[in-house]
Design a binder for this molecule. Structure first.
Ligand SMILES: Cc1ncc(COP(=O)(O)O)c(C=O)c1O
Length: 414
């Protein structure tokens, strides 16, 4: 008897309900969700759709190595999966063995060994930014970021109620952020974000330049965040770490680039003592810990420097193929490309609309690139970012197609 009443009730309730609308009209949408898109990923999506439709796409849009993780890392992961011991969370800052290996890496590369307690393992460097911004700043704080620069800094800050403010780092500034610009502002920023080698320009700050920035931040009470994710990928200069020169700096790095492990999603941060407790609490609440088995496998990456150095040589060869093969009007006034795996090519003599240019290049020649407006909302319409992290064959073919595309554009105008 009871069962039939319940069933009747359910049926009658269903009849009363209107179908659910998924358009979301009339329901609140947060202001912070109105972020600009990350165009490189939009281009990737379009390029993948064309690829699925049978087109032979060359991917120069996305900043990731085409190579896989080294075999010792794969083997270590298999072993940790087989022995079934890596099934729980780790502590918020991650496996001690990995943090000790990271400390050893700093010792061998930069002659400084950060305490294991100050190292936090994160889910890629992307979550490290979120932790750093939340631990160090309050809503409304101003953080200076280079223009052009990695778009996620700006987008994430805006999503968190922080105020990103650009400092020019274009051709007039030698593609490097100039501190004087901040001194002319009505108030100094609470934070300064730098990246060397830089995405999208490949600019590498030398040790003296880095020391000047570190000392300026120290003198002015500005929190420095140094994104060192492209360390190891400098072709003629050496990368120095801000860890050596500013006691309050937050250092961020990752296994995604030099270590060729983008999809493994492990990064790290080195924190000043003052931010350890806050960062621990933030990580506990944001993602609890990075994936355990992957953290353990990452320890083996520090045995594979020879393989990574071979990748670096290939990137340099790819860069040289682009610089010698692309039309000079694109390369003569391009950014220096001294590091990372990007050429920020100047297309101002060909177009004043990098988005349409990138779309046409993808449609006509199946070459995916990223329009400069992703990195620079003011002057980015004059630039195109080409990632040369792929294979030399692909780069050579890309050069052929880009030259053909530009030739066709020119003859269409003539
Ligand atoms: C400058 C810079 N920082 C951080 C990241 C994010 O890297 P991940 O989250 O994979 O460590 C990227 C990715 O392209 C980048 O270019």
């Amino acid at each position: 008897m009871q069962r039939s009443i319940i069933r009747t009730k359910i049926v009658s309730k269903q009849r009363q309900h209107k179908p659910i609308s998924h358009t979301g009209t009339g329901v609140k949408l947060s202001e912070r969700s109105k972020l600009p898109p990350f165009l490189a990923l939009d281009v990737l999506q379009q390029a993948q759709a064309l690829g699925q439709a049978g087109r032979d796409i060359i991917h120069l849009e996305i900043g990731q190595p085409s190579t896989a993780a080294p075999e010792p890392v794969n083997q270590a992961l298999k072993q940790h999966l087989d022995d079934r011991s890596a099934h729980g969370y780790t502590v918020a800052f991650g496996e001690t063995a990995l943090r000790a290996a990271i400390a050893g890496h700093y010792d061998s590369w930069y002659g400084t060994r950060p305490p294991v307690d100050n190292i936090a393992v994160t889910v890629g460097s992307s979550t490290a930014f979120a932790v750093a911004f939340m631990a160090a700043f309050d809503a409304g704080d101003v953080i200076a970021i280079p223009r052009p620069g990695y778009p996620a800094y700006r987008n994430l800050m805006m999503g968190m109620g922080l105020t990103p403010r650009h400092i020019s780092a274009g051709p007039e500034q030698g593609w490097k952020p100039m501190l004087e610009e901040m001194e002319s502002w009505d108030r100094l920023p609470e934070g300064l974000m730098i990246a060397s080698p830089s995405n999208p320009t490949g600019t590498v700050l030398d040790s003296a330049e880095l020391q000047t920035i570190c000392a300026w931040c120290d003198r002015n009470g500005v929190r420095l965040i140094s994104d060192e994710i492209y360390h190891g990928l400098a072709f003629s200069k050496t990368c120095d770490t801000a860890l050596n020169y500013n006691k309050d700096a937050i250092i961020i790095n990752s296994f995604s680039k030099y270590f060729s492990m983008t999809g493994w999603r492990i990064g790290w941060m080195i924190l000043p003592d003052q931010l350890i407790e806050a960062s621990q609490k933030l990580i506990q609440n944001l993602f609890i810990s990075a994936p355990t088995a992957i953290q353990r496998a990452c320890v083996s990456a520090f045995e594979c420097y020879d393989e990574f150095e071979a990748h670096k040589i290939r990137y340099q060869q790819n860069r040289d193929l682009l610089l010698s093969g692309l039309p000079r009007q694109m390369t003569d006034s391009a950014a220096p490309s001294d590091g990372a795996f990007y050429l920020y090519a100047d297309i101002s003599s060909l177009t004043d609309d990098s988005i349409s240019f990138a779309k046409a290049l993808l449609q006509d020649e199946s070459v995916a690139t990223t329009p400069g407006v992703d990195f620079d909302p003011i002057d980015g319409h004059k630039y195109l970012r080409l990632s040369f992290a792929g294979s030399p064959d692909h780069i050579e073919e890309a050069v052929r197609r880009i030259n053909r595309f530009i030739g066709q554009q020119k003859s269409a105008v003539a």
